[in-house]
Design a protein around this ligand. Structure first.
Ligand SMILES: [Zn+2]
Length: 79
């Protein structure tokens, strides 16, 4: 038999926003972003439905110059 210690505070820590990092545009230093989408085209050959499809993937783009942070680009595998 195994038992877990109970009465420990779980999950939910108080988030102190002053200890978070603000992501800024690596091109122009702007700190506000707008929603944008990458559109991934799935060819009929690899699509589970056997038909060509387009999958939108949400990213954020600099509201000033439009640059998308490199780490988001990396996650999606764009070049
Ligand atoms: Zn920018």
């Amino acid at each position: 038999m195994s038992s877990h210690p109970e009465g420990m505070p779980q999950g939910q820590q108080q988030l102190d926003i002053s200890k978070t990092d603000t992501i800024v545009c690596e091109e122009c230093g702007n700190a506000s972003f707008i929603q944008a989408f990458f559109l991934k085209k799935v060819s009929a050959l690899v699509s589970p439905t056997g038909k060509e499809a387009v999958i939108p993937i949400q990213v954020f783009s600099c509201g000033n110059c439009g640059t998308i942070p490199q780490n988001m680009v990396d996650q999606i595998g764009e070049q």
